[in-house]
Design a protein around this ligand. Structure first.
Ligand code: GLV
Length: 311
């Protein structure tokens, strides 16, 4: 089988994939056009449209990330070619750590202490017990479910939300519009781990933010499009004094890199990180890629993406 690989540091991926797939010919996308044409499979993260258009007989595409929004929006994507995405592949643990840091940041008042430090103010705040700090996790896919379980194991009550009903140990599961309202009304920190789809775009709008309890906080390691930025800025309010929304830790933005003139950069209660919450760890990802390609070749069932649903 011939596999075309498109990702940063493709040589490292090529060598490691070759070890897992003896006999396969693995070509990196910087190879000359003739050498990379007519491969059987493409394993890629955000491939250029041209790279997709060159291919005439693709049997499958492996998306080297969890979110398929960029791939599904690629104008070169051929119709009808099955797509498989990475599922967790070590990302959930990393994102779980990011989210834990974020929750503790607010629950243990690090945001307030930072502001106090600027004024050399020595003032202790009473600790709110974890058990009184419900956390909401929107999105219970491979990553969301694992992150939710991690937070629950830390001792926080966790409410999870998904489009269709789910049942998970240690998580209070909600679904649908009514379920979302019920969740929003009771969580002190809201974590966004939904895919970018038609249904989820601007899900966190003025109405959703108003449904959160006063002083709630937001963590978004998911997708920037989930949030209506104007509504977010309005809910945060201006200046150092806390608005309805106490603060936001944001890792994903509708335009990345976040434009230099975005008001989010300088907002005193917003923390911006450069889409670093869940980098794809090589080892587990490669195991999944190798297993997927093997299953494709063997004609075995593979867990493909539903392009209509967007995940
Ligand atoms: C990163 O954002 C991913 O979807 O893997």
């Amino acid at each position: 089988m011939r596999v075309l690989l498109h990702i940063d540091d493709a040589e490292t991926w090529r060598d490691a994939l070759a070890e897992r797939l003896p006999g396969a010919e693995i070509i990196t996308s910087d190879a000359p056009a003739e050498a990379r044409r007519d491969v059987d499979y493409l394993a890629a993260w955000k491939p250029p449209a041209e790279l997709l258009r060159e291919q005439t007989r693709l049997k499958g595409i492996v998306n080297l990330g969890a979110g398929v929004d960029a791939l599904l929006g690629n104008p070169g994507l051929p119709e009808g070619v099955p797509i498989v995405k990475l599922r967790d592949a070590g990302m959930a643990e990393l994102i779980g750590d990011y989210v834990r840091y974020g929750i503790l940041h607010f629950q243990r008042d690090f945001d307030r202490y930072r502001r106090q430090q600027a004024h050399r103010a020595w003032r202790e705040h009473a600790v709110t017990d974890k058990r009184d700090w419900p956390v909401g996790v929107l999105g219970l896919g491979a990553i969301g479910a694992r992150v939710a379980a991690t937070i629950a194991a830390d001792g926080f009550p966790v409410h999870g939300w998904s489009r269709s009903p789910k049942s998970l140990d240690t998580i209070s599961c909600h679904h649908g519009d009514a379920g979302l309202d019920a969740l929003l009304g009771r969580v002190r920190t809201l974590v966004l781990l939904l895919p970018d789809t038609r249904e989820t775009r601007h899900l966190i709008d003025e109405r959703a933010l108003a449904a959160l309890p006063e002083g709630a906080s937001l963590i978004n390691p998911g997708r920037g499009t989930l949030i209506d930025e104007q509504a977010l800025l309005a809910a945060l309010g201006e200046g150092e004094s806390e608005g309805r929304l106490r603060g936001a830790i944001l890792d994903a933005f509708p335009t990345e890199p976040l434009p230099a003139d975005s008001p989010l950069w300088s907002h005193p209660r917003v923390w911006v990180t450069p889409h670093m919450a869940g980098p794809t760890p090589l080892g587990e990802a490669l195991d999944q890629v190798a297993e997927t390609l093997r299953a494709f070749e063997a004609g075995e069932p593979v867990d493909t993406v539903d392009p209509g649903a967007g995940y």
